[in-house]
Design a protein around this ligand. Structure first.
Ligand code: C5P
Length: 413
């Protein structure tokens, strides 16, 4: 039986000549037991009559953001949430740009930012449009946000040119969707209600910056990649996530609430403001010290020689959360330990001192390859023992951690 059997696909049809292939796509999906709800952009209606899609899908075709009858029958929020897969085909340069920029000025684009699924784009456009720098940027952005892409392929185009940009065939789209449904991560988590549905999570990520004066600061090499990936994985698993982030060059994952901070004290205040939560993940590399005598003005080089900085200890955010009274403390408090020696022993010390339920320990080694890199080698340390994971891309490590968090929360019930 096809993985598509019993699934509902929201098919957003963009304005390109390849829209005609989507009539066949609706049939192929129906053959596999999937129901298709079609949304057409105004441009798509120039190519294909809505009646053709309505006849093949056996469902009303939606095209109007402001239709009162639609809103009383099925509002745009419901339409965007009640499907197992959201597929954009043909995904035109315009639809891709709108989705990457978060624009919402018609039903199709509004659905793409109102949905709780990761949309799957099936691009179709002229080769120059596909290779255009703006399109490439938008595609990269959507991929970074976790969206899926099927195609395009190289081939002859309706306009007579040849190159990449041609939409894949309906049967290939169907096979691609089946593959996505088979993967456990990440789309399968998104397709269902998610094991963390109804749970609130706070994730801290990145470094903090502690001012020396208005233009100088003390910081560290944390890139924020692992924390951002954890926030994304928890959101994909259905959690309501607040990501409290120090200064990093990353975009917030889709569906995650971002709270930007600079200093450790600001991070603590943002975490407190985001409480209560079921899960706290302290992935940030919080600066241990701040400058007590930070200058209000830029310190000048001069005859007095280098300034003497006096350091004071920053609040330990993880420890503060771990030691909260039971009714305010998140059920699961997860800390990180970046160590260069005695990994497990040091992580176990942190587990006890900071009152965590889990510590994600990683050996940052002498070469510091973990900071800023894309892989992580983790040992999970808890009261029961230590579990060494293989080296994993940070995104996969995050997904595995999200699954572990879901299991541990379930065991606590
Ligand atoms: O003690 P150490 O800094 O190695 O502990 C790391 C863990 O503690 C991380 O989870 C980090 O987010 C957290 N931490 C914190 N506040 C600090 C220092 C570390 O929350 N001031």
């Amino acid at each position: 039986m096809s993985k598509l059997s019993g699934k509902t696909v929201l098919l957003i049809v963009g304005g390109g000549v390849a829209a005609y292939k989507c009539l066949d796509l609706v049939r192929r999906l129906a053959e596999r037991g999937a129901k298709t709800r079609v949304v057409m952009t105004a441009a798509a209606r120039q190519f294909i009559a809505p009646l053709a899609f309505a006849s093949l899908s056996g469902e009303k075709v939606y095209d109007d953001l402001f239709s009162l009858t639609d809103e009383t029958e099925m509002g745009h929020i419901e339409l965007s949430r009640s499907s197992d897969l959201v597929v954009v085909a043909p995904a035109t340069a315009d639809l891709i740009a709108k989705a990457a920029g978060g624009l919402a000025n018609d039903l199709a684009s509004t659905l793409l930012i109102a949905t709780d699924k990761q949309p799957i784009f099936v691009p179709a456009m002229n080769v120059r449009m596909w290779l255009n720098a703006a399109t490439a940027r938008n595609v990269a952005q959507l991929r970074a946000d976790g969206c899926g892409f099927l195609g395009p392929v190289e081939g002859e185009m309706a306009c007579g040119e040849f190159g990449p940009g041609r939409m894949i065939e309906p049967l290939e789209i169907v096979a691609g969707l089946e593959r996505i449904l088979e993967q456990t991560q990440p789309q399968a988590l998104l397709a269902g209600p998610g094991p963390l549905k109804g749970k609130r999570a706070i994730v801290t990520a990145g470094p903090t910056q502690e001012p020396i004066d208005p233009v100088r600061y003390i910081s560290n090499k944390s890139s924020g990649k692992q924390g951002y990936a954890i926030a994304a994985a928890l959101a994909q698993a259905g959690a309501d996530v607040t990501l409290v982030s120090g200064p990093v060059g990353l975009t917030a994952p889709a569906g995650v609430r971002l709270s930007k901070v600079e200093t450790a004290r600001e991070m603590l205040a943002a975490v407190e403001a985001a409480l209560p939560a079921d899960v706290y993940v302290g992935a940030a590399a919080v600066a241990d010290w701040r400058v007590e005598n930070a200058g209000a003005r830029k310190t000048k080089k001069g005859a007095k020689g280098p300034p003497q900085l006096s350091l004071v200890e920053n609040p330990d955010i993880l420890s503060a959360v771990g030691h909260l009274p039971a009714k305010r403390r998140p059920a699961l408090v997860v800390g990180f330990a970046a160590e260069t020696e005695n990994l497990v022993a040091n992580a176990r010390g942190k587990l006890q001192r900071k009152k965590c339920d889990l510590v994600v320990a990683n050996d940052v080694g002498a070469d510091n390859a973990i900071f800023g890199g894309d892989h992580n080698t983790i040992v999970i340390v808890d009261a029961r023992g230590a579990d060494a994971w293989p080296a994993l891309p940070k995104r996969e490590a995050a997904q595995r951690l999200a699954r572990l968090i879901a299991t541990r929360l379930e065991q606590k019930r």
